[in-house]
Write a protein that binds this ligand. Structure first.
Ligand SMILES: Nc1nc2c(c(=O)[nH]1)N[C@@H](CN(C=O)c1ccc(C(=O)N[C@@H](CCC(=O)O)C(=O)O)cc1)CN2
Length: 295
């Protein structure tokens, strides 16, 4: 079998266009565009690149962008004071603090200071709790993007066996919650899981979010399964070039799977599209408008 390639780039472009349409309608109703504030602390090159992409995508969708680039030496207290100002700013519907933060900053204190109604990353304990009991919440962008890809390419997920590899707060845990909400039978596997290949072999859906390049081999994949690869790491090749690799050995897995995300061009673009989606949703809720349809 040769797997269908799950096109995250095209799916993200469709979602971004929908956000642009919804944003234009919102502007007509309220006289302003939904606004997203992005905070970058320091100059970690990959984070700076992600923030540039987020700002560009925000402006292309016709949303308002507020960019705050602050020095790496910024203290937790100074960052909390900035978050307080953004919480109080009526033009800001969404706040995103780019991770990772410098080591001296209390990350949990910062994420917990963001107004849960503006928490477009879905990392605030209120949103984490709401997601876990099936209430309306702002949901983390990467797992939401994975779910949208699965719903588009697989359809109804009800009753399917899903294995999520990785238990991070940003991807693994919320991904498992979303799959459970979609009526999958969910296993969360991690570094202490015994016989990981055997656990993965029973999955109809595999989400690999473990940060270990090409850990998941083709021989682990059940024929016809859908494989979502969240990993991305630049790995030096024998010829000295650096290649972006996912957590799944793509060529091997694509011979067995029913569908699979590439790296790049799979999950990554969906993360940014879902950020815009969450900003549009947050703006509607803050204005007391019904959630926009089709997002
Ligand atoms: N506050 C947050 N910080 C971080 C998040 C997050 O969701 N919120 N996620 C990651 C990084 N990230 C967004 O911030 C992100 C990662 C990757 C991509 C992406 O489009 N990747 C491309 C490949 C890019 C390349 O060539 O290097 C792809 O997969 O096609 C977008 C966003 C950590 N921090």
């Amino acid at each position: 079998m040769t797997a269908e390639i799950i096109d995250g780039k095209a799916t993200a472009a469709e979602l971004r266009q929908k956000v642009a349409d919804v944003g234009a309608e919102f502007r007509q109703k309220t006289g302003r565009a939904p606004g997203l504030a992005v905070v970058l602390v320091g100059e970690h090159p990959p984070s700076a690149a992600y923030v540039r992409s987020k700002v560009k995508a925000t402006l292309e969708a016709g949303l308002q962008s507020f960019e705050h680039k602050i020095p790496a030496e910024t203290t937790t207290e100074e960052l909390l004071a900035l978050v307080d100002r953004l919480n109080a700013d009526p033009a800001v519907d969404g706040i995103l603090v780019q991770l990772p933060l410098p080591k001296h900053v209390d990350e949990q204190a910062v994420l917990t200071r963001v107004d849960p109604d503006k928490d477009v990353d879905g990392f605030h304990p209120v949103n984490v709790g709401r997601l876990s009991i099936g209430l309306e919440a702002l949901v983390p962008c990467t797992p939401l993007g994975c779910l949208k890809l699965l719903q588009k390419y697989v359809g109804d997920l009800s009753g399917l066996e899903a294995v999520v590899i990785g238990r991070s707060n940003i991807v693994g845990k919320p991904m498992a919650q979303l799959l459970l909400e979609a009526n999958c039978t969910v296993t969360i596997a991690h570094s202490r899981t015994r016989d990981l290949p055997e656990v993965v072999r029973r999955a109809d859906i595999v989400v690999a979010a473990v940060g270990r390049p090409e850990l998941v081999r083709g021989s682990w994949i059940k024929a016809g399964a859908s494989v979502i690869d969240v990993g991305q790491e630049r790995v030096e090749q024998p010829d000295g070039t650096r290649k972006l690799l996912g957590d799944v050995a793509y060529a091997e897995a694509a011979e067995v799977a029913g569908s699979i995300t590439p790296v790049p061009g799979g999950v990554g673009p969906m993360t940014i599209a879902c950020l815009l989606r969450n900003t549009a949703v947050a703006a509607h809720r803050r204005e007391g408008l019904p959630d926009p349809e089709g997002l």
